[in-house]
Design a protein around this ligand. Sequence first.
Ligand code: BTN
Length: 248
Amino acid sequence: MDRRVIRHGVTDSTSERAFAALAEGSASHGDVHLATAQTRGRGRLGREWSSPEGGDLYASLVLLPPPPGYDPVGLTMAVGLGVLRGLERAGGEELMLKWPNDVVDAAGAKLAGVLVESRGLQPDAPHYVAGFGVNITRTEFPAELTAERPVTSLRLLGITADTEGVLEEILGELEAALTQLIANPSALCSTFVRRAGLFNGPLEVQRGKELCRGRLLELDLEIGLTLETAEGAALTIPLEHVSALRQV
Ligand code: BTN
C-alpha cells in the first residue's frame, strides 16, 4: 500500500477530509488524513469524538480496493485488530477489543475507537474511510465522556509515545490485517474472537430489539455468529444484524 500522509493541523474531521478528497477525485488507496485536533470529530452511533489539540491521534485511512471490496463487518474487525496490534507494538499490554472495535485496557477503559464508513454504493469502485482515534497523551477527559464509560490513554497506562510513532505502528498492522481479511478471513475471525475475549463465557447479543444469549460456537463472515443457547440449540445471527455484543 503506498502511503501518503496528508496533514491538516486543526480540521473538522479527518474522515470528512478523506471524503472530500474522494469526492474531488484526488484520493488514492492508502492516503492517511491526519489532524492535530478536530472541531467535529465523530464517533460511532452519531456520537461526538472529543478531539482537542495536545498529542492524541486523529487519523483516517482511505481504502480503494478492487471490486467487490471488503466484507463490511470483516473490515470493521480488521481495522480494530490493526489498531489493537499497533498499540501493542507501541508498548500497550493486556489490551483487548470490545465489540465491534473499541480498544480497551485490562480494566475495560477505552483507549481507542474506530469508525469505518463509506458513502454511496458503487459496486464497481468500492471505497471506505477507516477513521481511528487514540488517546495518547491525554490525562483528563470531559465528564460526559467518563460518565458513559471509563477512558484511558497510553500516558495513563505509563507509556510514552508520540503521534507519528503510534501512527506508523498502526498503519503497518492495519495493512497486515487487511491482507489477512482477503487471504484468510477465517483466521482473522479466530484472532478477533480471541482478542475480543468472546470464547470465554456466555454472550448477550442484541439483534434489533431482541436480546439473544448463548455461548459462542462460531463466528464466520458469511454465516454469522452461531450461539449455543441454554437449551442446547444452535442459533445463528447474521453479523450485520448484531448491534451490540457483550460477555455476561
Ligand atoms: C468510536 O466511537 O469509538 C469511533 C471513534 C472514531 C474517531 C476517529 S478520530 C479520526 C476520525 N475522524 C473522525 O471524525 N472520527 C474518527
